[in-house]
Design a protein around this ligand. Sequence first.
Ligand code: UD1
Length: 430
Amino acid sequence: MDRIRIVGGNQLHGVIPISGAKNAALPLMIASLLTDDTLTLENVPHLADVEQLIRILGNHGADISVNGRRERQGESYARTIHFTSRNIVSTTAPYELVSKMRASFWVIGPLLAREGKARVSLPGGCAIGTRPVDLFIEGLAALGANIEIDGGYIDATAPEGGLTGGRYVFPKVSVGATHVLMMAATLANGTTVIGNAAREPEVADLAKCLNAMGAKITGAGTGTITIEGVRSLSGARHRVLPDRIETGTYAMAVAMTGGDVILEDTDSSLLETALEAIRRTGAEISETNSGIRVVRNGAGIRPVDIVTDPFPGFPTDLQAQFMGLMTKSSGVSHITETIFENRFMHVQELARLGAKISLSGQTAKIEGVSRLKGAPVMATDLRASVSLVIAGLAAEGETMVSRVYHLDRGFERLEEKLTRCGAHVERVSD
Ligand code: UD1
């Protein structure tokens, strides 16, 4: 199993190309099941989660072809992928496939809307809390679906004549359930209004693509989304938006090590709250023509408190990385996690590097230390794993991160991107 070996101490200098967003690519790929025409997605990142979803869509009958394109002298492999689901050959998403990645559960929306039925295994994914599916069930029921749970599967059926438009106000913001309800409603009879919808940029990106396919969606990116159902959707061509989590991760890496890095092909408006927090730690962040520049010279890292929140708040997917940064701050900081109840598994691994962190309920108190020391550590989930990389970059000596398959789910060519900026990071295959 691969491991990542980091020798800390180097500053980062150079350019890092930002990939297309994993969390946009996944729902966009799933949306291809809504049409018998071809959906072409550009800027799709090459990640384990994308490969897994390709297998899942293939199981439903999607014909998928990939045009690899080498961009910017090998720094990034953005891919264009064509998805054609002429016929849906299976409306069942089996446990063996769905258990590997939570987002694959989302096929329930398009399958139900297009075929009138779906049998989908209850999901797996990162072990960061219980992550129930009650909001999906209630939302789809508001469109007239009949839903039963049977042997670890959800059996959903639409009424005769298909789903009907409805009104549903989420009691809690859910990105996935918003994606699913929006996709299902595109082919429902009549108009659907989703209240307390997730406002994440990936929701707006999905709506933009669905509208290019012929859907009638307004309000995506706000708390209220209105979808006027249409009879069918067509193909389209869509470019996946930049990965704001990858952007924030590398910005924090520079804030940690010091240096001067341009993050290319990204957009500061996707992560203003996180960038503001990074600025308050002492890094300078400015916009460039095609991205952002992050500089930290000389000055130490100031302690900053954050609370995670749905967009436009501080993203939970950057919480672990920010904690990595705070381990070397010049004082005491607090990080409160409000989205997932068990998203602090990185705490004990960061402690192995010398971090001083104590937990009280959903809040971590981090007492900054002047030096971290490299150690063997274990990745526990996707975002936690990269917080160990950030800490390792600033630790003295060698940090060996095991279980890097977590990292490969969401970070494209991480070791290459960091190495090109002067870091000492390599993949070790046993
Ligand atoms: C998505 C992201 C993930 C991110 C999360 C929150 C993708 C592929 N994944 O995950 O990286 O961390 O948003 O920004 O885009 N919940 C329920 N009932 C439900 C559904 C969710 O209680 O039916 C809860 C969850 O347990 C969690 C909260 O709602 O506590 C938010 O989860 P949600 O926004 O649904 O996360 P995902 O869509 O799975």
